[in-house]
Design a protein around this ligand. Structure first.
Ligand code: ZN
Length: 247
C-alpha cells in the first residue's frame, strides 16, 4: 500500500472501511513519480482536468439540502441529477477557496483515483448539514447533525427494467460530500475546509464515548493530533475517497 493509500485510509478509520478495502485491492499507482524527481504536488498542481480534458469541477453539483437517495424506500428514489434535486452546477466563481480545496484534492490524488473520480456519473456537495447555506457565496453556516450529514456514495439499481422511465439511471455511480467540511466545529463558515486532524477529531468525537466533555464545554479534548501535511485538501480527498468506497 503506497503512501497516498495510507493517507486515504487514515481518513476512513472512524467510519465503515469499505473504501479502505477497495484502496488496498487497487494495483500500485503508475510509476510516474520517481525518487529524486519533482514531488507529486509540484507536477500535478493547476491541472484539475479529467482524462477527457474537461474540468474536474464541471462534474460537481450543489444538491438540494433535503435530497436523500432513499435507500430504504426505493419507490421514492429519484436520481440526484434531476433538476428538482439540484440547486445548481458548482460555480467556481462563487467561492475561490472551496474551488481550490476541491481542485487540490483532485490534483494531489494518485492518477488512478483521479480516473475513478472522473468516471463517476456525478459528484455532489450537499448542504444538508448546514443550517444556512447561501447559494450566492457557498458558505455553510450553522450545524445540523453529523459532520458527514448528506454524504453518501451509491450505485443505482432501483430503476432497472424500465429504461423508458425518466428516472432510469441503472448502474450510475454517484458520491456526495458535505458542504459542512467548509465550516468549523462550531458551524461557522471558514475560507478553507477543516484541517485534516480537526475533521478526524469531529468524526471520532461523534463515535467515541471516551471523549468526555471539558467542564463548560460540550466536547472533550481533541483525540487526534495534527497530521503532516494537515491541509484542507486532505480532508476533502478523504471524504471523497470514503464515499467512493461505497460505489
Ligand atoms: Zn460511509
Amino acid at each position: 500500500m503506497g503512501r497516498y493509500a495510507w493517507i486515504l485510509c487514515a481518513g476512513l478509520v472512524a467510519a465503515a472501511n469499505v473504501g479502505c478495502a477497495q484502496v488496498e485491492n487497487t494495483p500500485a499507482p503508475p510509476p510516474d513519480v520517481v525518487l529524486g524527481h519533482a514531488k507529486l504536488a509540484d507536477i500535478r498542481l493547476a491541472d484539475a482536468k479529467c482524462p477527457d480534458n474537461t474540468d474536474f469541477t464541471a462534474r460537481i453539483y450543489i444538491l438540494n439540502s433535503n435530497y436523500k437517495p432513499n435507500p430504504t424506500n426505493p419507490g421514492q428514489y429519484t436520481p440526484p441529477f434531476k433538476p428538482v434535486n439540484v440547486l445548481e452546477p458548482f460555480n467556481s466563481n462563487k467561492n475561490a477557496t472551496m474551488t481550490q480545496d476541491l481542485n487540490d484534492a483532485f490534483n494531489k490524488a494518485p492518477n488512478w483515483f483521479r480516473a475513478h473520480l472522473c468516471s463517476l456519473s456525478g459528484i455532489y456537495v450537499s448542504p444538508a448539514g448546514c443550517a444556512n447555506f447561501s447559494t450566492n457565496n457557498y458558505q455553510c453556516q450553522g450545524m445540523q447533525g453529523s459532520i458527514m450529514k448528506g454524504a453518501w456514495g451509491f450505485r443505482s439499481f432501483y430503476n432497472r427494467g424500465n429504461p423508458a422511465s425518466p428516472n432510469y439511471d441503472l448502474g450510475n455511480r454517484y458520491i456526495s460530500v458535505p458542504a459542512r467540511l467548509w465550516a468549523d466545529r462550531s458551524g461557522t463558515a471558514t475560507s478553507h475546509a477543516l484541517a485534516f486532524n480537526i475533521f478526524e477529531d469531529i468524526l471520532l468525537g461523534e463515535l467515541a464515548s471516551w471523549r468526555d466533555p471539558i467542564p463548560g464545554q460540550t466536547q472533550g479534548p481533541h483525540i487526534s493530533l495534527a497530521a503532516t501535511p494537515n491541509d484542507s485538501w486532505i480532508t476533502v480527498l478523504a471524504a471523497m475517497a470514503h464515499e467512493y468506497g461505497h460505489v
